[in-house]
Design a protein around this ligand. Sequence first.
Ligand SMILES: *[C@@H]1O[C@H](CO)[C@@H](O)[C@H](O)[C@H]1NC(C)=O
Ligand SMILES: *[C@@H]1O[C@H](CO)[C@@H](O)[C@H](O)[C@H]1NC(C)=O
Length: 321
Amino acid sequence: MLFSLFAFLVISCQAASGVNGPLTTDFQNWLKINGYDSYDFVRSDYGVKGSYGGFTKTITKASKTPVIFIHGNSDSALKTSSMATGWDNTISYFSTQGFTSAELYATSWQDTNSLKAETRTHDCKDLTRLRKFFEAVLAYTGYAKVSVISHSMGVTLGRKVIQGGIVNGTDGNCNLGVSISGKVDVFVGIAGANYGLCGCAGTVGLFAPTCNKKNGFWPGDSCGGYTSSFCGYSSTPCNGISKYSNLLNDMNNSNKKEASYIFSTWSKADDLIGNSDIVWGRPTSLIPLSDGKIIYEKLTHMQSKENTAIDQYKMVTSKKV
Ligand SMILES: *[C@@H]1O[C@H](CO)[C@@H](O)[C@H](O)[C@H]1NC(C)=O
Ligand SMILES: *[C@@H]1O[C@H](CO)[C@@H](O)[C@H](O)[C@H]1NC(C)=O
C-alpha cells in the first residue's frame, strides 16, 4: 500500500515535470477566428505534447522576439518518447531565462513513427502548413520578426518555408508565396542536411522517397572520378559536379540569407549524417551564408538538439557564437 502510494507519487511527479503544451486556449481561439483551424497546429493526438505556445490569462503579450521551433523527421513538438524528445530541454532552459509561452512556439509535423521516416519529403503539404504556422505566429504576437531554432529535417523545411516560392514536390507543385526572410531575425540550424545525406546516395536514393532527387535528400551520385560510395570520404568539395536534389540546390543557389543572422551547428559524431558531417567534401549542416557555426565533437544526432540549449539561447539572444 505504502509502496504503491510511493510509486504513484513518483509517476505523477514525472508526468508533471518536463514541458507541457498544447497551444494555449487564447492562441487556439485566435487561430479559429482567423481561419487557421484546418491546419490543426494543436495536434491533440499527442495530448499536451503536440504543440506549445500562446498567451495566457496572466501573460497577455510577447515581450521578446518570439521563437519558432521546427523538429526533425519522426520527432514531435514536445517529448513523446525517448526517441522523439521534442523541444522540452530547450523550452525549459529558455523558461529559466525569462521566456514564456507567449514567446516560444512549436507544432508537430507528421508523426513519430520512425518506420515511416524514409517516406517523408519536403512536400507541399508540410511546407504549406508550416508556412501558415509562421504567418500565424507573426500575426498573433504582432512582432515584426521571429527567430527560428530548427533540427535535422526541420532545418531544410524551415529554410524553404522562409525562402518561399515554388515547390516541385512528390505530392504535387505549390507556391509558398514571397520570401519572409525580412521577418526572421536569427535562424539556428542544428544538424541539417543542406547538401543532402550520403546515406541517400547510390541505389538507396532511388527507392526511399525521403532521398528523392526532386525534394528529398539526394546528395548527388558522383564527384569527378568518384562514385557514390566515396560520398562521405571525398575531401575536396565538388560544387557543380555532383548534382544534388533540386529543392536543396535551388535553396543554395538563391544566394539569399533566410534571416538577418544564420548560425549552423553540428557534431562530428552525428550517427545519422555520419562521416563527420561531410557530404561530397563539404559539411552538409553548414547553411550557406552562415554568420557563425559551432562544431561539437561527441554528440549524437539527437543530442545535438537535446544537450545544447545554452548555445541555442546564446545564438538567439546575443546573435553570435
Ligand atoms: C516546377 O513545376 C512547374 C509547374 O509544373 C514548372 O513550370 C517548373 O518548370 C517546375 N520547376 C522545376 C525546377 O522543375
Ligand atoms: C552554393 O551556391 C553558391 C552561390 O550561388 C555557389 O557558389 C556554390 O557552388 C553552391 N554550392 C553548392 C554545393 O551547390
